[in-house]
Ligand binder design. Sequence first.
Ligand SMILES: Cc1cc2nc3c(=O)[nH]c(=O)nc-3n(C[C@H](O)[C@H](O)[C@H](O)COP(=O)(O)OP(=O)(O)OC[C@H]3O[C@@H](n4cnc5c(N)ncnc54)[C@H](O)[C@@H]3O)c2cc1C
Length: 450
Amino acid sequence: MQRTIAVVGGGAAGVILSAHLVRAAASHGPHRQVRVLLIDPAETPGRGLPYRTTDPRHTLNAVVARLSAFDDDPEHLLRWCTSAGVPAEPGTFLQRADFGRYLTELLGSVPMPAGTAVEHLRGTVVDVVDGPEPGVTLTLADGGTLRADAAVLALGTPPPVRLPEYEAWGDRYVADPWSPDLDDRAAGARRVLVVGTGLTTLDVVAHLHPLLPGATFTAVSRGGALPAAHAADPLPPAVEVDLDGTLSPAGTLDAAVDVVRRRAAAERAAGRDWRAVIDAVRPQVNPAWSRLTADEQAAFQREHARSWENVRHRMSHAMRTHVDRLLADGVLTVSTVEAGLGGPGAPGRDTSAFDLVVGATGLPALTSPGWNPLVDALVARGVMRPHRLGTGLDLTTDAALVDAAGVGHPRLRAMGLARRGLEWECTSVPDLRRQAAGLAQDLLAEDLPG
Ligand SMILES: Cc1cc2nc3c(=O)[nH]c(=O)nc-3n(C[C@H](O)[C@H](O)[C@H](O)COP(=O)(O)OP(=O)(O)OC[C@H]3O[C@@H](n4cnc5c(N)ncnc54)[C@H](O)[C@@H]3O)c2cc1C
């Protein structure tokens, strides 16, 4: 029997899911075949937001050994590098453009069983409705329709929110750091303000610095802290941290934060790499998250998320060296804005102080209006609603969309940032491959209705 699965979005999540669906079909044997409709406007799948860049300074923030598309084949990416002529070792930080090529070529590396196929369809999905039974019908922007037994939304991340405080800058305010016209709009700028101090800010500065000789960059955020960096050896010896053991019912969040802090401090005091503690904790974060109360989850997001993200998503050692040089040379200045990014004392209030301001702030809500016609349609019809913590979607434990009446949809699932809330760790490649493996098993299981 052949099942048709529509995958909406052909970025990293959509491509990795498609590959997992093919592998899952192969493992079921000849009685279970799958037709994957991978729908994305781009000419080539795999080139979602981070992997479209051609700038060699834009590298991944994790090493080759960690970023295979398959948990059970950790050397898959390394083997691809060898066959594609991309110089790499397990500890290499690849250029993001190379990783995009890996994703584009991923489906070609998976044996395709008879009766199974992945069809890349260029288009934008603007709506999904139930029926004809059993299944769903997707509508494309060009008016075409597609029928599938189930659909997975792998839509990626909305562009950064426009900060009203900077609208007065007119054309000199680039709200989206990935906007294709950034270079043109930056031309000739001598003083650049970047709003945010995370990895995206470093990408913006590393990209614009050679294009704008002599320009200075000021990065501002409430915390004023740059992300941590990987050590020169990005694969420190593993340590064991039992987060789960600390999570006895009362005071769970505080106990977990405390155990991570104390272990990291102990490693540092012993002259070892504290980052090994973060790496050991990372796979335990989602199970721990699911044991927190709703209040504790909100408290984590409010009080600890920023510092966790700073140590969890690290810049490469090479980027650290580059950034240190820019800081020492006075090319880059990092400062704190206590009263909010546009509040009193914020640099953006004086529109003569900079020639260009680039937004590089955190993740907007997936249900933000206007960035995605499918999201707008599903929210308007009450098929989709935001998670109570704001960024992701309200989902059942198996990542099905929960509607305005609180009912999980039997045929609509979500991946990536949409899961923020159901899970905490949900956007990096290791998270996407874990989600993909789970979805592939579920969607090809015998008991999917119909
Ligand atoms: C700058 C940056 C660097 C990153 N670096 C790393 C890293 O080094 N390591 C790591 O593990 N993770 C990294 N990540 C996190 C993660 O790997 C990426 O965010 C990843 O691209 C997420 O994949 P995605 O498919 O969810 O989103 P995207 O890659 O953004 O893909 C979404 C796709 O869906 C399409 N789409 C959206 N709506 C529709 C629609 N209605 N119809 C049809 N198609 C639609 C879009 O056009 C897009 O192609 C990085 C993220 C960013 C932003």
